[in-house]
Design a protein. Structure first.
Length: 91
């Protein structure tokens, strides 16, 4: 949360440490400034989910475009009523 509002990316190192040492889902928060930041925290940081607010509130990116970006890179995403599998896994 130390990076909240900075749009400089999540604290990947801390998120990974927490993710590897707890038995509950980890939700990364604070720092999303572009779709790549969400990808990094989900893949490299091993977070189960990620929060992002200002990039959507200020309409810098749309939620569907970010989900498309993640899905094309093999990250499993969820739409409103259905789960979307990544193209990478052909599921």
């Amino acid at each position: 949360m130390d990076k909240d509002g900075t749009k400089e990316g999540y604290d990947i190192k801390l998120t990974k440490i927490v993710s590897e040492n707890v038995n509950i889902p980890v939700i990364a928060s604070g720092g999303a400034g572009k779709p790549e930041h969400l990808y990094e925290v989900l893949v490299e940081g091993k977070a189960d989910a990620a929060l992002a607010a200002s990039i959507f509130h200020k309409k810098e990116y749309s939620i569907p475009k970010v989900k498309e970006f993640l899905g094309k890179r093999g990250v499993e995403i969820r739409l409103a009523k259905e789960k979307v599998k990544s193209e990478k896994n052909n599921e």
